[in-house]
Ligand binder design. Structure first.
Ligand code: BES
Ligand code: ZN
Ligand code: ZN
Length: 503
């Protein structure tokens, strides 16, 4: 989708459809909607009078113009009550509209920036949200849809033009729309990676996709092989890889926008390209969802694409330990004891609690590389969806200040995280008879004990753990979230990373 911001009058703009809007309770439309209304001899006001257009949130009315204006159709989008309208509503509305325009007859769309007029919102923020929302909402994973089985579903918008009357605002809005594009493209990359079936996205494939991202001139890539993991003492990560014929890969992408020592922030993502559970094998029902057990890795790799494009004055690192979790003949057995990069011994009592094992070495490696703040992202526990459902993701931390920074970044992305307690007593559930720690803490507080396990490997560094297992996949389209891989957390990570430039 090609997105641009132009100065002009939407009522005379050529496009297959023109999008204007209306707040609930407004009886005589002003601004761009008013201009279109006048050009249509009062058709919009008349429909308001008839009660067919009420401006309710989610309401969309198509009016055919029959030559009165260059565009053959006008879509009037209801914005709901002005008090409830914010930039997140703009993003969601733009996404819904992009899907509504998925018709063979609609290729070019011209839109006003929702919310920037009488809504009183910042025009730049709204332009970003319109661009971001359109690209996020239009996303579909069509790679394996070879037959033209449902043309309507595939007919995405080709060109979106944001039309602004005030010439002095266009430059700022264009830059903002470009930021929205960068954010959405990174999110859509993470979605593509997570939606990809595991037979076409093994650890080597995922490292290859990371290499494509890292081909940006300001990024640097390392793909660590098993031999070097061995040499570095990453026995925890390697214990997961043993059961698969596919070699593990540890992906590092570095961005040095400040050029200082070490890194302001490391993003560490769980990259299990398929999680069978290993010897502690999962039930067959629903196991296919475990192709997305690398969403953490996908998110941190994709976030680096946006970081490189936005080029903040900050030093950011992404680490993705990638492996399959398979029950092969050489697989780790329950009861085995392994040792992580920091020398801590781990008794593996359930090979399905593998995410924490790969993150343990990922976190140690990030610290070795000089990361001053750590954020890990993982589809870590089924328990997080028992606790929180899909309304928000879990946040666990050892550092209030970093948690607050992340929460602000997530809020700006229109996402919700929720903090779970990290009382030290939860750590007692991980006491092993034979080693420093065991990899499961029993059913109670399953997401927290998983975080307590990770805490053994962060060594007092400010750290935030995000358990996204409840939100990484969506069953239906809703606002900017699309069916399948949801793309949650990517833009939050980018916002957080970019924020380190202000220090
Ligand atoms: N990848 C799973 C967690 C998961 C479950 C993600 C459902 C998405 C949807 C993880 O590796 C796992 O299997 N966790 C176990 C931990 C248990 C053995 C302590 C779980 O949650 O059951
Ligand atoms: Zn597992
Ligand atoms: Zn897993």
């Amino acid at each position: 989708m090609d997105i641009s911001v132009v100065q002009g009058d939407i009522s005379t703009t050529e496009a297959d459809v023109v999008i204007v809007n209306l707040f609930e309770g407004v009886t005589s439309p002003g601004g761009a909607t008013g201009a279109v209304d006048r050009a249509l001899d009062g058709a919009i006001s008349k429909l308001i009078e008839l009660g067919d257009i009420r401006g309710k949130a989610g309401e969309r009315t198509t009016i055919h113009t029959f030559g009165k204006i260059p565009a053959p159709r006008v879509l009037v989008a209801g914005l709901g009550k002005a008090d409830d309208f914010d930039v997140h509503a703009v993003r969601n509305l733009s996404a819904e509209v992009a899907r509504a325009c998925r018709k063979p007859a609609v290729n070019t769309v011209a839109t006003v920036v929702h919310g920037a007029g009488i809504g009183g919102l910042d025009p730049d923020a709204c332009a970003q949200a319109v661009a971001e929302g359109a690209l996020l909402g239009a996303y579909q994973f069509l790679r394996y849809k070879t037959e033209a089985d449902d043309d309507d579903d595939k007919a995405a918008i080709g060109k979106l033009t944001i039309v602004e009357h005030d010439a002095s605002k266009v430059e700022g809005m264009a830059a903002a729309a470009n930021r929205g594009r960068v954010m959405a493209e990174a999110t859509n990359l993470a979605r593509d990676l997570a939606n990809e079936p595991a037979n076409n996205l093994n650890p080597t494939d995922l490292a290859g996709r990371a290499a494509e991202v890292a081909s940006a001139p300001n990024l640097e890539l390392e793909v660590m092989e098993e031999e070097e993991m061995e040499a570095k003492g990453m026995g925890s990560l390697l214990s997961v890889a043993r059961g698969s014929v596919q070699p593990a890969k540890l992906v590092r992408i570095s961005y040095k926008g400040r050029g200082g020592e070490g890194y302001d922030l490391a993003l560490v993502g769980k990259g299990i390209t398929f999680d069978t559970g290993g010897i502690s094998i999962k039930p067959a029902q629903g196991m296919e969802a475990m192709k997305a057990d690398m969403t953490g890795a996908a998110s941190v790799i994709a976030a680096m694409q946006a970081v490189a494009a936005l080029a903040p004055k900050a030093d950011i690192l992404a680490i993705a330990p990638c492996t399959e979790n398979m029950p092969g003949g050489n697989a780790t057995r329950p009861g085995d004891v392994v040792s992580a990069m920091n020398g801590k011994t781990i008794e593996i009592l359930n090979t399905d609690a593998e995410g924490r094992l790969v993150l343990a070495d990922g976190l140690c490696y990030a610290r070795e590389l000089g990361a001053r703040h750590l954020v890990d992202v993982a589809t870590l526990t089924g328990a997080i969806s028992v606790a929180l459902g899909d309304q928000c993701y879990g946040l666990m931390t050892n550092n209030d200040a970093l948690a607050k920074r992340f929460e602000t970044a997530a809020e700006a992305a229109g996402e919700r995280s929720w903090r779970l307690p990290m009382f030290k007593e939860y750590g007692d559930q991980l006491k092993s008879n034979v080693s420093v720690v065991k990899n499961i803490g029993g059913r109670p507080a399953g997401s927290i004990t998983a975080a307590k396990f990770l805490e053994h490997f962060v060594d007092e560094k400010p750290w935030v753990h995000l358990d996204i297992a409840g939100v990484d996949m969506a069953s239906k389209d809703k606002g900017w979230i699309t069916k399948g891989a949801s793309g949650q957390v990517v833009r939050a990570l980018v916002n957080l990373a970019v924020g380190f430039a202000d220090e």
